[in-house]
Write a protein that binds this ligand. Structure first.
Ligand SMILES: *Cc1c(COP(=O)(O)O)cnc(C)c1O
Length: 352
């Protein structure tokens, strides 16, 4: 790609690294590329700011939107690293395919991410745990209310310096099962990272948080019997020394953290079982005290330990409600790789 770079004449001051939060501060620049019947053209990095779209643009009416999420990490050696960006590029291609949207070549995706992070490299935080969150997204822009396919698109990347989820160490949160709303169904878009999945999830997530259960467990959309995910993360259970995680079935998002952790655990000699896990099976094991640890996994938090799950008014507590040693070890290993503190035997870490 021949990326045209127009730098801002008015760079912003860097934020206070101790007060970053998540996703509310944006850097000086953004990446944009346009698609029409001639294919992709005009890849460019421009000053960050509002974009102008026709009110008839398809994204506003028919939900043509997919996104990705990854991070840039500054190691103690000062080197900035990305974690498996090629996986994000491939997943975005798969998402686009399901949504009937022209896709961005995964190599161009990685090139664009790298180019933008390089331009805004001073924004990659220095404190371990803090990261530069990278949000690529693809929107359908055809200014047309007919349903004749998606031809015009914009691919954008924005960057947001973000604080660690766990600046005070890992914290376990309470969870509960969602028995009314479902996030996705097989044949639908559950395996894609599309905004629509989040639109469908908002109500349940808001209700669950208000009820004191930040970790909402999604069940399958057909029988409401099998566990799928927790909030916007994949979920794992340590039972009798083995690790169980719901198998990918079309309605579950294929997380890159999930995939990476499965590999790491297998290399530790841990038995990892990907299968359908019913609520009944999990709670049966919990009643017998066999569920050792429960945690969510995803790029944003890496690991989110779950202290208990409540079902029909009964609270099942895991590991005395404390963060488990195994979850902690997984967290330390993954973040160690991402910050370049642990030798990467996998070739996952990409230096800028
Ligand atoms: C992004 C996402 C995940 C986690 O995927 P990672 O690639 O590990 O960040 C899990 N579930 C949902 C619904 C997601 O959107």
């Amino acid at each position: 790609m021949d990326i045209k770079i127009t730098k801002t004449t008015n760079p912003k001051p860097l934020p206070d690294e101790s007060k970053l939060g998540f996703g509310s501060i944006f850097t000086d620049h953004m990446f944009i590329m346009d698609h029409d019947d001639d294919g992709w053209h005009d890849p460019r990095i421009v000053p960050y700011g509002p974009i102008v779209l026709d009110p008839a643009a398809s994204v506003f009416h028919y939900g043509g939107e997919i996104f990705e999420g990854l991070k840039a990490y500054r190691g103690t050696d000062g080197v900035v690293r990305l974690f498996r960006p090629d996986e994000n590029g491939m997943r975005m291609k798969n998402s686009a395919d399901r949504m009937g949207m022209p896709y961005v070549d995964p190599d161009d995706f990685v090139e664009a991410v790298k180019a933008l992070v390089k331009v805004d490299e001073r924004w990659v935080p220095h404190k371990k745990g803090n990261t530069l969150y990278v949000r690529p997204f693809l929107i359908a822009t055809d200014p047309n209310l007919t349903l004749h396919g998606i031809h015009q698109e914009q691919f954008l990347i924005i960057l947001s310096p973000s604080g660690s989820y766990f600046s005070e160490g890992l914290i376990a949160v309470k969870g509960a099962f969602e028995t009314e709303d479902v996030r996705a169904v097989r044949g639908g878009t559950g395996f894609t990272k599309c905004g629509g999945n989040y639109g469908a999830a908002n109500r349940a997530i808001m209700r669950s948080e208000a009820a004191g259960y930040p970790a909402l467990i999604w069940l399958d959309g057909v029988e409401r019997k099998y566990i799928e995910e927790v909030g916007g993360m994949n979920v794992m259970f340590k039972i009798d020394g083995k690790v169980y995680t719901p198998m990918l079935n079309g309605s579950i998002l294929p997380g890159i953290t999930r995939k990476s952790m499965i590999q790491v655990m297998k290399d530790w000699g841990v038995e990892v079982i990907e299968k359908r896990i019913s609520v009944e099976e999990l709670l049966g094991a919990a009643k017998e005290g066999r569920v050792e640890e429960v945690w969510g996994v995803g790029t944003a938090a890496v690991i989110s330990p779950i202290s208990s799950l409540t079902h029909e008014g009964v609270e099942y507590v895991f590991n005395n409600g404390e963060v488990g040693e195994f979850s902690k070890k997984l967290y330390d290993t993954l973040t160690g790789l991402q910050w370049g503190e642990i030798e990467d035997p996998y070739g996952w870490v990409v230096k800028l």
